[in-house]
Design a binder for this molecule. Sequence first.
Ligand SMILES: Nc1ncnc2c1ncn2[C@@H]1O[C@H](COP(=O)(O)OP(=O)(O)OP(=O)(O)O)[C@@H](O)[C@H]1O
Ligand SMILES: [Mg+2]
Length: 340
Amino acid sequence: MSDEQTGGKSHMSDAAIRIEGLRKTYRGGKGQPEKHALKGIDLTVPRGSVFGLLGPNGAGKSTLINILAGLVVKSAGSVSIWGFDQDQHPRQSRAAIGVMPQELNLDPFFTPRGALEVQAGLYGVPKSQRRSDEILELVGLSDKAEAYARTLSGGMRRRLLLAKALVHHPKILVLDEPTAGVDIELRQMLWTNVRKLNEQGMTIILTTHYLEEAQEMCDEIAIINHGEKIAQDSTANLLGRMDSRTMVIVPDNPVTKLPATEGVEAALRDDGSLVLQYQGNQTSAEQVLEAVRAVGIRIRDVRTEEADLEDVFLALTSSRAEEPADDQDQPRRGMHRVKL
Ligand SMILES: Nc1ncnc2c1ncn2[C@@H]1O[C@H](COP(=O)(O)OP(=O)(O)OP(=O)(O)O)[C@@H](O)[C@H]1O
Ligand SMILES: [Mg+2]
């Protein structure tokens, strides 16, 4: 690690990002009320982490990320990036962060190599320190280096956005929905790169609606809903909060009567298996099995299913789901979608 990365100075924040009391109110359009997109968020992202920012559509994730990127002006609060206050040290704080935005905002008349050179110029990266070819190689765009951006496919444009976020060697890489609508190959490329960059010391912040991905990739997760942070913890602790257990029993004989015992919720799945839900701290597996046998069910097979991030997410966000989602995109098969 470099001196800069380890910080060390007492006045330096040891966090990659420190946000306090962050508010954003968008002015309403014609006849529209103003929108409180962020309602006073405190958030600390540890250096070196892969940090997940999760929340339903319209929660305020992109607003927060775009404030970090300097694309949206905050209404109140403070943001410090790698120890540099965004208002007092705009240049240093901007240099510390690279953002891959959710929107595909590329100039159609630049080639990938051209776009990277322009970006490097904007960030004042000296010619000797530019490594456009290396970055194009990293994102798998070497063979498209001289193609016009408008001729690139959607997936290739996403690769180029990632490349652009990397040109100034940022300490922090922010990815807003990097895998929305991309194919398996690109998704794997993204996550392989993210892991590699993180191993080299880069702090990663990402949003995704694919909770399996967040669960797999992130050390720590914050969940925001309606502009407020409703949870922040290590992924392991978040999962550990869920004490609900699910036991799935494959019966040997058709189930004619569901087991009924306090604290156990029983249901039949279409495939004939019996699903039993209970709280691990209130009911033992033995009590569940007894209840099953008591109604004459013989057990051919039994397995348990662990709570996953989707359960945590739904438990935390569903209580205040009265506001409609602002936009929807297509769910993909086999991946968990956030439902409202
Ligand atoms: N430029 C804008 N003007 C007015 N309202 C906006 C603007 N941008 C976002 N909003 C509103 O602010 C809220 C938060 O939007 P934001 O894009 O931050 O959500 P998000 O969590 O990124 O959602 P998604 O998961 O759909 O990307 C939404 O209600 C949205 O309609
Ligand atoms: Mg968004």
